[in-house]
Ligand binder design. Structure first.
Ligand code: ZN
Ligand code: ZN
Length: 710
């Protein structure tokens, strides 16, 4: 693996004579596979200009060598590669329009970057290339460009064939010339990259990358690896670690699993990695409250935090990165000397024999990592080359309903709620003020994320957190909880609760920007495991909910005119449960529920089969929930009422709305449920369910929508 630095300055390019040694270009790093077969690029800051020129030069050199019949040309990387963007702040993408290989049709680029729910990676990148800012639009660049949105994936990662860009004739055959145990660099062994990702703590969704290069020794399939991590634009989650003092994870919870904080999980991501580039914009003296201008919440790290975390993560070579635009070369030298002395102190204190190498990245630095250099023992790995097969994150999330509850005392949660819902139409955010309301809401609706002020009416946020973690079942154990620190300090009991139920890193102190908070909530939501498929939100959602509310049926008493219909359906289909379910913005509420235990009138919308049924035009059937990946892990399947069979017919209410042009909206369903699987393919059965649906609709249209007073 060959690594070259083209830019390492943070925030803004600094072409300054006193900064020339470390360099003034913003981030851009090139990683080329051992055999020259694949090029990875990390960020396209202003340093990408020079990299682009080099790539062009190589193309011409290769052409010439090929024409002259020289083998030399084949050692150069081929046309294209994989570009990984950490985030789309200017300093990380401003070189993109000036990266010349994007303008040549013979180049092929895969562009990876973090993707949230609101916009695709391509949409965000094209923002800086609107006509007002630049003469060429992103879509008009002639090279072949493919965009792949990524989320956090620390385990499986992306497997990139290190020979992707080699000529067919260069590739090694299964039983080719490289069948010798003692294969070495000179045999040009086949290589593979694995790229894994981790969210960083920044003011916008940001990914850190780890690249491992594996070299296959063909006959024995043994694989050795070298690794590099590129971690830039990251601030300690726990700000108190900015002055140093990071400890690696060691405590175990009752399941024997180590209990880690977000900072520890950050350090574990690059544990044992050979070369780590890490954001290190500040000294603690410039960062904390004592500094002339505190840099807290600006989204960057301090040298104290970085040296400590890298040391405890057994990093072999640490390269300080994202240099402050104010820091001149001499001050950079001092920073490096300080970082080295800190690493030495740690070595003495912890009596470690190994020595961590510490440098600051310099523009033009080249690091050659021999894949055989570090690996002491050959490592057996099963290589799973699943390439680019991941479904777009935007597509996956936009098809999912998510909800956030915001418990607010004085913090401006209303603004946060507006911003969240503006960014993501499928998200419902609810602002509540009293402890009772918040706890009731959590119990009833099981929101995807809980955000709380520490000070609330009636109790502290930490008391709610304890209640959620201990008394609200499986949901309560898993749900991400973020808390805004109290300005008046915490009681001893609350300090214990932070450790036990929250982790200090989810207890957010100091002045934070709304952008930062939105990013934290976004990260929490993107991390939610997709154990069962939540239904998408229909395009007519606003009108649909308005129509439902106009009926006045929500939270009304039982009425014989609806109960009668579910009783009939239950007996006719011979099922234990028949319901008239109304799908509200974040719950399903039962107007009639024949066969459910007393008192059960609603479930969270995320669990509702009916939320899927309202998207259909006709009868929606799940013959066996166990066999259906959308529902197998749904809490209503794994727990009471143990749904196995479901059939629902949407209640389509006529509407007059010129904007939507939809004719009808579905406010809910009539549905039947059984705890045994059932085939529901007979035409007469389906027709009967349609008839029951028509009866409910007629009831609603004639009696509930005709009364202007309701
Ligand atoms: Zn930056
Ligand atoms: Zn940034």
């Amino acid at each position: 693996m060959r690594i070259q630095v083209y830019g390492c300055r943070g925030s803004i390019p600094r072409p300054h004579p006193d900064m020339a040694r470390y360099g003034g270009n913003t981030p851009c790093i090139e990683v080329v596979s051992h055999n020259g077969g694949h090029r990875l690029i990390f960020d396209l800051g202003s340093g990408a200009f020079d990299l682009g020129q080099k790539v062009l030069g190589e193309m011409f050199a290769r052409k010439k060598a090929d024409a002259d019949g020289e083998a030399e040309g084949k050692k150069l990387p081929k046309q294209g590669g994989s570009i990984f963007i950490t985030h789309t702040h200017w300093d990380h993408i401003q070189g993109l329009p000036f990266f010349v290989p994007l303008y040549l049709p013979q180049f092929q680029w895969n562009i990876y970057g973090p993707e949230g729910a609101a916009k695709t990676l391509q949409e965000v990148l094209s923002g800086q290339m609107q006509h007002d800012y630049f003469p060429v639009r992103l879509g008009d660049m002639p090279s072949s460009m493919k965009y792949i949105g990524l989320s956090e994936d620390e385990n499986e990662g992306l497997w990139l064939d290190g020979n992707d860009f080699l000529d067919e004739s260069d590739k090694i055959e299964e039983n080719g010339h490289c069948n010798d145990e003692s294969a070495t660099a000179s045999n040009d062994p086949s290589t593979t990259f694995r790229v894994t990702t981790k969210y960083l703590n920044h003011t916008v969704l940001t990914l850190g990358y780890k690249v491992e290069e594996f070299v296959l020794v063909q006959s024995s399939r043994k694989v050795k690896g070298v690794s590099v991590a590129y971690i830039t634009d990251h601030e300690p989650y726990d700000h108190s670690l900015a002055k140093g003092g990071y400890e690696p994870p060691k405590t175990c919870d009752t399941n024997g699993k180590p209990k880690t904080t977000a900072d520890q999980s950050h350090g574990e991501f690059f544990k044992g990695v050979d070369v780590v580039f890490h954001d290190c914009q500040y000294l603690y003296s410039e960062y904390g409250a004592q500094a002339a201008q505190s840099k807290e919440n600006w989204g960057h790290s301090t040298v104290e935090y970085v040296v400590d975390i890298a040391f405890h993560s057994n990093v072999k070579h640490l390269l300080l990165f994202h240099h402050d635009p104010q820091r001149k070369d001499d001050a950079m030298d001092e920073l490096v000397a300080y970082a080295r002395s800190r690493a030495e102190e740690l070595e003495k204190k912890h009596k470690k024999s190994f020595k961590m190498k510490v440098d600051a990245a310099k523009e033009g630095d080249v690091l050659e990592l021999d894949p055989f250099l570090f690996a002491s023992e050959p490592e057996e790995k099963k290589l799973n080359m699943s390439q680019h097969s991941k479904e777009s994150i935007t597509a996956r999330l936009s098809a999912m309903h998510q909800s956030v509850v915001l418990g607010s005392y004085k913090t401006d949660m209303e603004t946060l709620s507006d911003m969240l819902q503006k960014d993501n139409k499928n998200l419902s955010a609810k602002v509540l003020h009293s402890c009772n309301d918040i706890m009731q809401y959590c119990k009833d609706r099981e929101p995807s994320v809980v955000v709380l002020d520490q000070d609330l009416f009636g109790c502290t946020g930490l008391q709610i957190c304890e209640e959620i973690r201990t008394n609200m079942g499986a949901w309560g154990k898993d749900v991400p909880v973020l808390m805004v620190a109290s300005k008046s300090g915490e009681s001893v009991e609350d300090q214990e609760r932070i450790v036990k139920y929250l982790n200090a890193d989810n207890y957010i102190k100091g002045v934070y920007s709304h952008a930062y908070f939105i990013t934290r909530i976004q990260m929490a939501m993107l991390r939610i495991p997709l154990r069962w498929r939540r239904a998408s939100v229909p395009p007519t959602e606003e009108l649909r909910v308005a129509t439902l509310r106009k009926t006045g049926l929500l939270d009304s008493s039982f009425e014989e005119r609806f109960d009668r219909i579910t009783r009939l359906a239950k007996s006719m289909f011979n099922v234990p449960i028949a319901l008239v379910s109304l799908v509200d913005s974040d719950r399903q509420w039962f107007k009639a529920c024949c066969g459910l235990p007393e008192g059960v009138r609603e479930t969270p919308r995320d669990h509702a089969f009916c939320a899927h049924a309202i998207l259909q035009d006709d009868v929606f059937v799940v013959p066996d929930a166990f066999q259906d990946e959308r529902f197998a892990d749904n809490p209503l399947v794994s727990g009471p009422p143990h749904v196995r069979f479901y059939a629902g017919y949407p209640l389509k209410i006529p509407v007059q709305d010129d904007k939507c042009g939809c004719g009808t909206v579905s406010i809910g369903t009539i549905c039947i449920i059984d705890s045994k699987p059932r085939d529901f393919s007979r035409v007469d059965e389906r027709n009967s369910l349609r008839d029951f649906g028509a009866m409910v609709v007629r009831e609603v249209v004639n009696n509930d929508l005709q009364q202007p007073s309701r």
